[in-house]
Write a protein that binds this ligand. Structure first.
Ligand SMILES: Cc1cc2nc3c(=O)[nH]c(=O)nc-3n(C[C@H](O)[C@H](O)[C@H](O)COP(=O)(O)OP(=O)(O)OC[C@H]3O[C@@H](n4cnc5c(N)ncnc54)[C@H](O)[C@@H]3O)c2cc1C
Length: 436
């Protein structure tokens, strides 16, 4: 048995995990390949680098990522503390000066006597002792191979091509209808019918909408697996009508016949609170997705809990592999944390680092692991990535659709979300905070 815990990767998850372990009096060996070797998106020498936006998104309790941050504040998160200390004005969001943020995290980690920094690229997961793997969405090639060998190649994905996800309650069911194609099977899909005019307007906006920048390293992989909906649309005005928007076999009850085109949505979680837009993997900029996709009848007020993305992203098929405390089912002394587990986003990555750090420390101390229920945002995410009912696993941002709903019915959405947040914070204060 080692007298320390290994953490691989000093990104958002790895730094948070190391901090949580070290504050419990345990030695950490934190391996980071920078500045000897850089992923294609990392450039700074310092830790916890924000590779794109400088925003940690909403800081309001009516927003799930705002709640997640507040939970992490209660649990003494290094990442959120450093973000709070380096914040720049951004309205209701928490945005930071990225260089100051990264430097502050690095200084805190380096000043901690329990943390030893090892500057090298890890190519194999240590067999001895407890390890937290937090090497991120751009895990180096050799380490990816070693992870593939450990878990089975088929469970490791290298590319994220995801369609947008909307909340069920934001779909206008007076326009959309449930049906199975040719009436075969149960009516599992929600269908949004379009007239010829609606379809042509939509096609026009879709094919002219602004695309997100593609990083050089992503160019070769972007078109391999599945095609972005806007690329398919550009092939011709009817291509989508013969592809993902084909109306055949779907009788619109309002018309008593097939519509001109139909957008289909498939249930995305067990509770039926989230729906996935079938075939809509896209590289459109996020505000453009909101603008163009809200042109679809029934989706005029759609609430997007996740936008479509197409980028390189190393992640595990976690529901088959990971427990809700982020340990590996087949080798519980190995934890995974961060984007590699299929949580999406800076705060979400740090939150999984927090839970993996706390629980690896509990293991080390011979104490019982802590699990968070789905009334907390931190627990909703860890339960999502380990949910054995999920068949087609895709990375996910935190959102209220993943959390247990309230017993009381509150119509006003902001009030309801606020109450869900208060329930979680009270639970953490009374049931969790003093426990470890
Ligand atoms: C191009 C891109 C843009 C993104 N933009 C955003 C955004 O704007 N907003 C947002 O919320 N999320 C964004 N994400 C998603 C995600 O939240 C971030 O990638 C986040 O940094 C993930 O945190 P992490 O700790 O899992 O990984 P990282 O922060 O990437 O940390 C992983 C660390 O591990 C190190 N490492 C890798 N392999 C090895 C090895 N073999 N040995 C030792 N060290 C290793 C890396 O150098 C890195 O420091 C983006 C992702 C990508 C790929």
């Amino acid at each position: 048995m080692n007298d320390f815990i290994n953490v691989i990767g000093a990104g958002l998850a790895g730094c948070e995990a190391s901090w949580q372990i070290a504050k419990r009096g345990i030695k950490v060996k934190l391996y980071e390949m920078k500045p000897v070797s850089f992923s294609p998106a990392h450039h700074l020498d310092t830790f916890a680098e924000l590779v794109c936006s400088n925003s940690f998104r909403s800081d309001q309790l009516e927003n799930a990522v705002g709640l997640l941050k507040e939970e992490m504040r209660l649990l003494d998160s290094l990442i959120i503390k450093c973000a709070d200390e380096t914040r720049v004005p951004a309205g209701g969001a928490l945005a930071v000066d990225r260089e100051k943020f990264s430097k502050l995290v690095t200084d805190c980690i380096k000043a901690n006597d329990n943390i030893e920094i090892v500057t090298e690229e890890v190519t194999d997961i240590p067999k001895e002792g407890i390890t937290v793997v937090a090497s991120g969405p751009l895990t180096s090639e050799l380490l990816s191979e070693s992870i593939g060998q450990l878990i089975g190649e088929q469970y490791l994905h290298f590319f994220d091509a995801a369609a947008p996800i909307v909340t069920f309650e934001s779909i206008d069911m007076t326009k959309a209808f449930r049906a199975a194609r040719y009436d075969r099977g149960t009516k599992d899909y929600i269908n949004c019918p379009m007239t010829k005019e609606e379809y042509e307007n939509f096609w026009n906006e879709l094919t002219n909408a602004q695309l997100a920048d593609v990083k050089d390293f992503e160019k070769e992989v972007v078109f391999e697996g599945c095609m972005p909906v806007e690329t398919m649309a550009k092939r011709g005005i009817d291509t989508l009508r013969f592809g993902p928007l084909k109306p055949v076999g779907l009788i619109d009850p309002a018309l008593g016949k097939e519509a001109y085109a139909v957008v289909q949505l498939r249930q995305d979680n067990e509770e039926g609170t989230l729906y996935n837009m079938v075939g809509f993997q896209t590289r459109l900029k996020w505000p453009e997705q909101k603008r163009v996709l809200r042109m679809i009848p029934g989706l005029e007020n759609a609430e997007f809990v996740r936008y479509g993305v197409m980028h390189r992203n190393t992640f595990l098929n976690s529901p088959k592999l990971i427990n809700s405390d982020y340990s590996l089912i087949k080798s519980p002394n190995i934890y995974f944390a961060g984007q590699i587990t299929g949580v999406e986003g800076y705060v979400e990555s740090a939150s999984s680092g927090m839970l993996a750090g706390i629980n690896s420390a509990m293991d080390f101390l011979g104490k019982e692991r802590i699990t968070f229920p789905k009334i907390t945002a931190i627990g909703a995410l860890s339960n999502y990535i380990s949910d054995k009912n999920i068949k087609n696993f895709q990375p996910m941002n935190v959102n209220f659709g993943l959390m247990d709903s309230l017993n009381a019915k509150i119509k006003d959405k902001r009030k309801r979300y606020y109450e869900i947040s208060m329930r979680s914070l009270e639970f953490i204060k009374s049931e969790i905070k003093g426990c470890f």
